[in-house]
Design a protein around this ligand. Structure first.
Ligand SMILES: C[S@@+](CC[C@H](N)C(=O)[O-])C[C@H]1O[C@@H](n2cnc3c(N)ncnc32)[C@H](O)[C@@H]1O
Length: 482
């Protein structure tokens, strides 16, 4: 059932409850909390309902239900223990175009009372549209845990400052930016911790010091390797605030789905082997948008500072004198290793891990093959699969044994993840025989063999294992720690 969510203002409005027992009393309590004027109709009333009538909190209307009772009431609740009476109430309400809720009768109801998290004036209502009330209740419990107890006080405190903020910031955008900073920052934490005095002092200072136009800012954010849930909490918060998002091709749609609804989303990455926005153009766009006062999230696959040219973008912002922050992400080496069951270090097998690129700039330093071939270490090589045969040959020539376990992980951490394991010498042929979708990463070292037993992630395609050699033993708990 698709329900239209709405919050009704019942203050001073007439509502009718049919039924005089305990269930009816609970409904009456909810209505009274909302300030409704409640009439209760039943042949007889439970003592608690009688007491409410005697105290003048509700109007009691003794006697059997009559259809014309629903007239002049905004809402009707049927809460008797008699199904026929409840249905008659619902029918009368429908005929008179009144909303009616039948307790335990969703089919006869035209509205339902949702599960509610009450942090007045913040109210969160949860409904499963009648499909799974238990699930709705569990969601409510999660929200209860997650939402601070003093959230209502924070809303009230913000409300008291509204006029002053409006006077200080003439435009809606500037006000929104200011409030986002306040409500996600230390001032809000003061209020949530009950330190309203400190919050007021800081707010006075913030209003005095804030520039009316508002400042732009950039965040260089790592989106992680693919699985959207690997985005960090801080990355998520930035995406919720940023007005502009400049993203790479490798950023998964799931991560972009966390962006604010009204954010401007600009793709600046390579499309397949096709044209890409030049790094200079990206730097200029970044600087231009931040300078114009916008909050810009530069969203990059993996980690922005690991083969992500994040350093160059930070340098462009620094040179322009613009503020920026860096939010790290899970780099492909670690994400793909974890999802392929390959710990990049492992006691007794690898004491070091080297991250390298297989596609170095023409004017950059050549790969340090002896370093990458060092025994007892793991080499993780990004962007290596196009030249896999060359890379494998160079590693072997630099001293890495030809039978060293190795693996290529493609589209790691996503449902399309594919893993090919083989010896270093056998891997190029094994990869050529498989049809792998980019991006892909190469992992070389004894640990690559552990994937055969530690692989836990179950993507659509099972791993291809061309390693005839048995996987290396698990050196656990014995021997000297490296
Ligand atoms: C330009 S680099 C960006 C690296 C990124 N900044 C990071 O920290 O992971 C792109 C390379 O990262 C690797 N890569 C990124 N995501 C990957 C994934 N989900 N699976 C396998 N390799 C990935 C591939 O080697 C790809 O060619």
């Amino acid at each position: 059932m698709t329900l239209f969510p709405l919050f009704a203002d019942l203050k001073g409005r007439a509502c009718l409850v049919v039924g005089g027992g305990e269930v009816a009393r609970r409904k009456i309590d909810h209505l009274l909390k909302a300030g409704a004027q409640v009439t209760v109709n039943a042949p007889e009333f439970a003592p608690a309902v009688e007491a409410l009538g005697a105290a003048g909190q509700v109007r009691l209307h003794p006697g059997p239900f009559a259809p014309d009772l629903v007239d002049r009431h905004w809402l009707v609740i049927a809460a008797t223990s008699d199904g026929a009476v409840n249905r008659a109430v619902a029918a009368a309400a429908t005929a008179a175009t009144r909303f009616c809720n039948v307790v335990d009768g969703p089919a006869d109801s035209s509205f339902i009372s949702p599960s509610v998290v009450d942090r007045r004036p913040i109210i969160v209502a949860v409904s499963s549209g009648g499909e799974s009330p238990v699930l709705a209740r569990l969601v409510r419990q999660e929200l209860e845990r997650f939402l601070p107890a003093r959230l209502g006080e924070l809303a009230g405190w913000a409300g008291r400052w509204r006029t002053a903020v409006r006077a200080r910031f003439p435009t809606v955008d500037a006000r929104r930016r200011f409030w986002e900073g306040v409500l996600a920052g230390p001032l809000a934490r003061h209020v949530l911790a009950g330190r309203t005095g400190a919050a007021d002092e800081d707010m006075t200072a913030a209003l005095a010091g804030a520039a009316a136009a508002g400042h732009g800012e950039a965040w260089l954010v790592g989106a992680g390797p693919g699985d959207p849930e690997l985005l960090t909490l801080k990355g998520f918060q930035v995406l919720q605030q940023a007005e502009v998002i400049l993203h790479d091709r490798l950023v998964s749609p799931g991560v972009l789905g966390y962006a604010r609804r009204d954010a401007e989303i600009i793709a600046v990455g390579k499309t397949g082997g096709g044209p890409s926005t030049s790094q200079e153009a990206i730097n200029s766009l970044l600087v231009e948008r931040v300078r114009a006062g916008q909050r810009v999230c530069r969203l990059k696959g993996g980690d922005p500072f690991v083969f992500g040219r994040g350093g160059e973008e930070a340098a462009a912002l620094a040179a322009a004198g613009l503020p920026f922050q860096v939010v790290p992400g899970i780099t492909a080496a670690l994400g793909c290793g974890a999802y392929a069951g390959i710990p990049v270090t492992h006691r007794g097998l690898a004491t070091a891990v080297v991250l390298a690129s297989g596609e170095l700039a023409a004017d950059g330093p050549a790969p340090d093959w002896p370093l990458l071939a060092r025994p007892g270490s793991t080499a993780v090589i990004y962007m290596a699969t196009r030249k896999l045969a060359d890379v494998a040959a160079r590693l072997i020539a630099a001293g890495r044994p030809a039978d060293t376990p190795a693996a290529v992980v493609a589209a790691g951490t996503t449902p399309g993840q594919q893993v090919v394991r083989a010896t270093l010498a056998g891997l190029p042929a094994a990869v050529a025989a498989a049809t792998l979708e980019p991006p892909a990463i190469l992992i070389v070292g004894e640990v690559a063999g552990l994937g055969a037993t530690l692989g836990w992630f179950a993507p659509a395609a099972p791993a291809i294992d061309c390693n005839n050699a048995a996987p290396p033993p698990h050196p656990t708990g014995t021997g000297t720690p490296p």
